[in-house]
Write a protein that binds this ligand. Structure first.
Ligand SMILES: [Zn+2]
Length: 423
């Protein structure tokens, strides 16, 4: 991809001044990144696939040993397999033209018993990070959709659109690191806290709060915000400072952030240790989650009611000619529901979708409720055109033991409805 922005052009120009990866660096990578194999037969004969020296060691059950001939550290594999492949990444941390540069070298070794090991290496990715944290990536192409580790070796290192696959976790980092002054000042201590080198450097350079976290030893907060780049540390910073000042150790950062978000939602003082540093985080967090749920529930009910009131007039216009219809067999009473409000309440009580599905506003529907003197039984939806029951259900769409009795009673009184229809 041709560089488009001024920043990208600047990086392409700088990259021309980047020295070649040295033989010493590659040699180091072959020795330290690649997992060298000592193939062990069932009889205990170990062959070093680096120099093909073999010896017998029946007793030793260790997973690793050093080849007595070439001194290479070997991983012992008891297997009949004769060829092995290993590929790894080396990261070289360096500087160029004021940029912090992370260079990733793919290294590979094909090992076969009785043959010389075949090594291969290729620089595949460079991350260029400016002192202000802005960055761009130069990389080789990678075949899309392939599961294999291959890169397109013939492609050039060029500016590429950002993809997560460039955020490589290297097997090893080359021991000699070159750092720009901004990184040196930042408290960077060659620790990566299970983060990728890119995550560490881009967070350190892109966010001055990262520096404070490192310098005050807040490794876990550093790790959390470097990794969760969608969370903006500024949103939590005031509260983090309160925690630091009070010597409060945040046990579960993700839960704590969630909790701070909830406090913010409820308008609590995020500078107040009383809220920000809870003794029992989980308990407080859960309490606020519950509160939020109740709040949303309340809001949902209010919205529903508002919507109901809006449709009240329309409902009245459509269905008022059926109002007042009620009948009973002496035990079960059935009556037409006469307002949207009533229908909402019925729906809430019965926990069904009566209102949410707008049955009450369908021209062909009429909603009735069946009940006894002391409880609601079932809700009935009639088809006005067919004069028959479409649905008749109790709480949670379950039938009650009176289901058939209710149906019978409705059908018996259908003429009442028919009469109103004709009126
Ligand atoms: Zn050897």
């Amino acid at each position: 991809m041709k560089p488009k922005t001024k920043f990208q052009k600047q990086i392409v120009a700088a990259s021309k001044k980047l020295p070649k990866i040295t033989d010493a660096q590659i040699k180091w990578a072959y020795k330290n990144c690649i997992e060298h194999i000592g193939q062990k037969t069932a009889k205990g004969v170990i062959t070093c696939l680096e120099c093909n020296h073999s010896w017998t060691d029946k007793e030793n059950k260790a997973e690793h040993c050093n080849c007595p001939n070439c001194k290479t550290k070997l991983k012992i594999e008891e297997t009949r397999k004769r060829s092995f492949l290993d590929y790894e990444y080396l990261c070289i941390i360096t500087t160029c033209e004021g940029f912090q540069v992370l260079r990733f070298v793919y290294v590979e070794c094909k090992m076969k018993k009785g043959e010389e090991p075949r090594y291969f290496n290729m620089e595949v990715v460079q991350r260029w990070i400016a002192p202000n944290g802005k960055y761009a990536t130069m990389a080789k192409l990678r075949p899309m959709g392939f599961f294999r580790q291959d890169w397109l070796w013939w492609s050039d290192l060029e500016i590429r659109p950002e993809r997560s696959l460039y955020n490589i976790t290297p097997t090893e980092i080359y021991p000699r690191q070159k750092l720009i002054p901004e990184v040196k000042r930042s408290g960077y201590n060659k620790q990566f806290y299970d983060l990728t080198p890119f995550d560490v450097f881009s967070f350190l350079l892109g966010n001055n709060k990262a520096e404070t976290l490192l310098k005050t030893g807040q490794a876990e907060l550093f790790r959390y915000f470097a990794y969760n780049t969608r969370k903006d540390i500024s949103d939590y910073w005031a509260s983090i400072r309160i925690c630091m000042r009070n010597g409060y150790k945040i046990q579960n950062i993700s839960e704590w952030c969630d909790y701070i978000d909830l406090l913010r939602f409820f308008g609590k003082d995020l500078h107040n240790a009383k809220y920000v540093c809870p003794k029992n985080l989980k308990k407080e967090h859960d309490r606020y989650v519950k509160k939020k749920r109740e709040h949303s529930e309340q809001q949902r009910r209010e919205e529903k009611r508002k919507k109901a009131l809006e449709s009240e007039n329309l409902f009245h216009e459509m269905k008022s000619k059926f109002f007042g219809i009620e009948f009973t067999d002496g035990f079960i009473h059935i009556r037409v529901l006469e307002s949207v409000d009533e229908i909402v309440q019925e729906g809430d009580f019965m926990k069904h979708c009566l209102f949410t599905n707008d049955y009450h506003l369908k021209p062909d529907s009429l909603i009735l409720s069946a009940y006894t003197d002391d409880k609601k039984l079932e809700t009935i939806e009639l088809s006005l055109s067919k004069l028959k029951v479409l649905q008749c259900q109790g709480v949670c769409n379950q039938n009650t033991e009176y289901h058939n009795q209710i149906l019978k009673l409705v059908n018996k009184n259908m003429p009442l409805i028919q009469k109103r229809l004709a009126a």
